[in-house]
Design a protein around this ligand. Structure first.
Ligand code: ADP
Ligand code: MG
Ligand code: MG
Length: 204
């Protein structure tokens, strides 16, 4: 089970991680994009933390809904609407729930992945954040109630690192064609930070 209290701790932890990794994410985006990913996300997650600490949430749906709205309105670039869509889809699964079963969690991730695919028109292997989200969703579905958070964290890291070997077909990095190979995808790295923060919270 994942309780709403743990989700709030997760989001605050992820937000802190993004702040401390702002320069690193920006540097990754300088290599194959326009160098704003760390700036975009740190601004967005700062606003997320501000927003969610003001309210006393009783259910996960409205928490995710608020996170989604803040990300869509405050994060510039491609990643804002994409992260916003993922949280909006997640919200639809969590309506009225104060805690999630692993089945709910798998449903939420699959919905988020479908939303990302629709919104960004990317496929797995296109060197985007989807290359972390999709295997995470698959792993959670396969593991079910026996999910090991340490293993989930390792899965996330593995697929994040794997984006280094891919050629970008979507987003700004696609303009580089084969020259995008050999660099990590910034959105895959920030997605890994998000899932790593979740796993660390659940392992506490
Ligand atoms: P921008 O590229 O507009 O400056 P960001 O730098 O904030 O936006 O985000 C770039 C990240 O967004 C990429 O590293 C990639 O992971 C993700 N991304 C870009 N386009 C897509 C897409 N069509 N589908 C999925 N993810 C994408
Ligand atoms: Mg960018
Ligand atoms: Mg940009």
């Amino acid at each position: 089970m994942i309780h709403i209290e743990q989700i709030i701790r997760w989001i605050n932890r992820a937000s802190e991680k993004i702040q401390t990794q702002k320069e690193y994410l920006t540097q990754l985006d300088q290599e194959i994009g326009d160098g704003d990913h760390g700036i975009n996300l740190s601004r967005g997650f700062q606003e997320v933390t501000k927003k969610i600490t003001l309210k006393n949430y009783q259910e996960i749906g409205s928490l995710f809904q608020d996170i989604s709205m803040v990300l869509i309105s405050k994060v510039g670039g491609a990643s804002g609407p994409l992260y916003g869509t993922a949280f909006m889809k997640a919200a639809s699964i969590c309506k009225g729930k104060e805690e999630l079963t692993m089945d709910d969690f798998a449903n939420l991730l699959e919905e988020a992945v479908n939303g990302l695919k629709l919104r960004g028109k990317a496929q797995v292997g296109d060197k985007t954040m989807l290359d972390v989200w999709e295997p995470i969703a698959r792993f959670v579905r396969e593991q079910g109630e026996t999910l090991d958070w340490q293993q989930l964290m390792e899965t996330s890291k593995k697929y994040m690192e794997n984006t280094k070997h891919l050629q970008a077909n979507k987003g700004r990095a696609a303009y580089l064609g084969p020259r995008s190979i050999g660099h990590l995808d910034p959105g895959a790295v920030s997605s890994h930070f998000l899932f790593e923060s979740l796993c660390l919270t659940m392992l506490e």
